[in-house]
Design a binder for this molecule. Sequence first.
Ligand SMILES: *[C@@H]1O[C@H](CO)[C@@H](O)[C@H](O)[C@H]1NC(C)=O
Ligand SMILES: *[C@@H]1O[C@H](CO)[C@@H](O)[C@H](O)[C@H]1NC(C)=O
Length: 396
Amino acid sequence: MVLRAALVILALAVLSPVLYERAQTLYLFWKNAPERLVPVDNFGSYEIKFVDRVRSCEDALVLEPEGVSILACDPGRERWNTVMGMFLPGPLPSAELYIYDYKNSEASDEETLKRLQFVDFDVQDDFHTLGMAYDEETSTLFAASHRHDQPAIEVFKLDLAAYTARHLGSIQHPLIHGPNSIALINGHELYVTNNNHFLVKDNPILNKLETYLGLPLGTVVHVDFSSFIADPRGGHPVQATVAARLAFANGIELLNSTTVAVASTSRASVYLYTISPESPAKLAYATQIHVPFLVDNLSVASDGRLMMAGHPHMPSLVKFTKSRHVCNGSPEETKPDYCADPGAPSWAAEWTEEGGLKNLYVGTEYPSSATIARDVKRGMGILSGLYAKGIMVWRD
Ligand SMILES: *[C@@H]1O[C@H](CO)[C@@H](O)[C@H](O)[C@H]1NC(C)=O
Ligand SMILES: *[C@@H]1O[C@H](CO)[C@@H](O)[C@H](O)[C@H]1NC(C)=O
């Protein structure tokens, strides 16, 4: 079975005209190696904050009207990472949600970063966050979680003043088998990406082949969750349809009412799709934006700029990932020498149709960047790292 699937995959790879592009992506493994990588710093000034309080914050949502950011930080990712394949035994901390009040630059760090208290969250001990999306109108937060039983999109009602997150329920569906990033269309429809068809935990070899050959087997799934909204605890099935297939579907964002942008990490590209007006469950490929790094997550700033962050050098990220549980262990332990190595480099950029791609930051002071989000009004933003300590806050 596995052998047959492997042969099918190889045949697909040979038949598809992606080999040239593959070679270019593999070239990044050489060109962007830490010793060769040319640093870029187009942030006006930056600061790395909260290093002793949070780590592995893959997601940062910026709520510009409120001047706050929602962070999901999962220290458990050092031992349990279903995307990159870390399944270590031992105690597993679960993810926490935080509100960072960045508008108040005078206040102390203690005051500006607050953890949300969960309410009615029965699967709190098995919360392992990836992407999030927030509906400002109803204060509803959607967070992809790689639970052990079956992955889910956990849905919370937030109270930003009381610092609580009340769990409304979980959205689960066989097509949501490896949820990564979420984009809300409206109050009852969303898109969610599944980065791979073959999951590391079931098929480590096929998973690697799929990723490294850049095979278009990841999915963008359209979910109509009206039945969930009507009765969150009722266990009614939601409607899900595959809207597009692409290699390593990662960050997803609506660029405007007719265009959705999806990061294809293993192809070092962002694909733009046109939403069919009569059926949002069908996406039509429009164009591809090539970038010089493996783009992880996307966000859209209020002025329409597409913000992207990711990984210039995959081998460094893999090494960094595999060593974090050792290097971030208890402070009393003596750490191996490699813990002092510079971390996996980060790369952040922005894109507009008129201006093209502009690099904002390339470097290792803040490692493993996954998400960049900008507050246009206040001229600042946040870069968060898959395995970084703290978050990077920059001001223009
Ligand atoms: C990517 O960023 C967007 C927008 O900031 C956010 O909605 C999403 O949760 C993030 N996804 C991941 C996988 O980090
Ligand atoms: C949406 O964004 C795309 C890509 O930048 C652009 O080509 C298109 O004209 C935009 N559509 C609208 C309705 O603004």
